[in-house]
Design a protein around this ligand. Structure first.
Ligand code: DAH
Length: 360
């Protein structure tokens, strides 16, 4: 009996001294575990005579209950203490800013931004947007544009061809946006005023060329259209796009099979520490190709060149984006690196408008 009393005092003291839940669990195992001291006492009951058992049973079982209760009380106390400790050390600063929503963190790719800018400028000049497929026929990409089979201009286009069909014809990835001129002339009646932004493809890759790139084409067909109109439109466009008061342009004679005469346009600029500034300086930078639509192209589309005249131009969207926003390497445009995008991209809700400012 006094043994039991000593054991009880000892175990209750151990319970009170347990500083945390693992320590308390160790006390429980030492008393009530498979090899615990109370478990050992309980096992002795089996070997006792009924009289001994009647005498010893209640005190041994009483010890077990007391210890079990004391363990439960101490476990609760330790749990609460641990919680109090966490609550006093862990704090939430409710004044910290919340994470920004996607409308704030998402970015518009510079190409999309520049297409939106072009569209805003030309919409203001009365142009509609026309589009066509990336996969084209040889006929629209070349033949109807006055580039017949065997014409050297075909070689210069570094075309991605699909495998030939049973009839020998081959589809291709369009090498320029010009086939959409054909599509437009075949389906719309003059007067036509469209711009054609879109993806184009050529077998080419270096710092300023990627196999997929973007062009924007312009096409006007009407009675009495002439180069003076083209020059004015390009001048207005370039001023609005580069957001400068004036641009000086230089027209040089050139050659494209689908225009006659054909011209290339340079704009005046100043190059400074790798940056290009427009509207000043005495350098020139080639920016686009243009010309009067060739009579053969008009005829290929069922238009009478005696009745209608037209002009067209084509330029690289990626190139004018690089020039305007000072992005040095074209390949980065298509690497989908979020760090690049968050640096060069545009805020999604700042839509470019002529009245509100194109580039925000
Ligand atoms: N299609 C030409 C190219 O990719 C660009 C071009 C030049 C388009 C003159 C035109 C144009 O419409 O008139 O090289």
């Amino acid at each position: 009996m006094s043994d039991i009393g000593t054991l009880e005092t000892q175990i209750l003291a151990d319970i009170a001294a347990a500083a945390d839940e693992p320590a308390l669990e160790a006390v429980r195992v030492a008393a009530l575990g498979r090899n615990g001291s109370i478990t050992a006492l309980l096992k002795t009951l089996g070997a006792m005579t009924p009289d001994q058992r009647r005498e010893q049973g209640p005190s041994i079982n009483g010890l077990k209950d007391k210890v079990t209760d004391a363990l439960a009380v101490r476990r609760d106390a330790l749990k609460n203490a641990a919680l109090d400790e966490r609550l006093s050390t862990e704090t939430v600063d409710v004044t910290l800013p919340v994470r920004e929503p996607p409308t704030e963190t998402g970015r518009i790719h510079p190409i999309s931004q520049v297409i939106d800018e072009l569209t805003a400028i030309f919409a203001d000049l009365g142009f509609a947007v026309a589009e066509g497929p990336d996969i084209e026929t040889d006929d629209y990409n070349f033949t109807k544009l006055n580039i017949p089979e065997g014409h050297p201009a075909r070689e210069m286009h570094d075309t991605f061809f699909f495998n030939p069909k049973p009839d020998g014809s081959r589809l291709l990835l369009r090498t320029h946006t010009s086939p959409v001129q054909i599509k437009t002339m075949l389906t719309q009646k003059p007067p036509i005023r469209v711009i054609i932004p879109g993806r184009t493809y050529r077998v080419d890759s270096d710092q300023t060329h990627t196999p997929m790139f973007h062009q924007v084409e312009g096409l006007v067909i009407d009675k009495g259209s002439h180069l003076g109109h083209l020059k004015w439109i390009l001048e207005e466009f370039l001023k609005a796009f580069f957001e400068v008061e004036q641009v000086k342009m230089r027209f040089r004679p050139s050659f494209f099979p689908f225009t006659e005469p054909s011209l290339e346009v340079d704009i005046q600029c100043r190059r400074e520490k790798g940056e290009v500034r427009f509207g000043e300086g005495d350098d020139w930078l080639e920016i686009l190709g243009c010309g009067m639509v060739h009579p053969n192209v008009m005829r290929n589309c069922g238009l009478d060149p005696e009745l209608y005249q037209g002009f067209a131009w084509g330029m690289g969207i990626d190139r004018i984006a690089m020039l305007k926003y000072g992005m040095p390497d074209l390949r980065a445009f298509f690497e989908a690196d979020v760090r690049w995008l968050s640096h060069y991209g545009f805020r999604p809700l700042d839509l470019p408008t002529l009245a509100g400012g194109l580039s925000g």
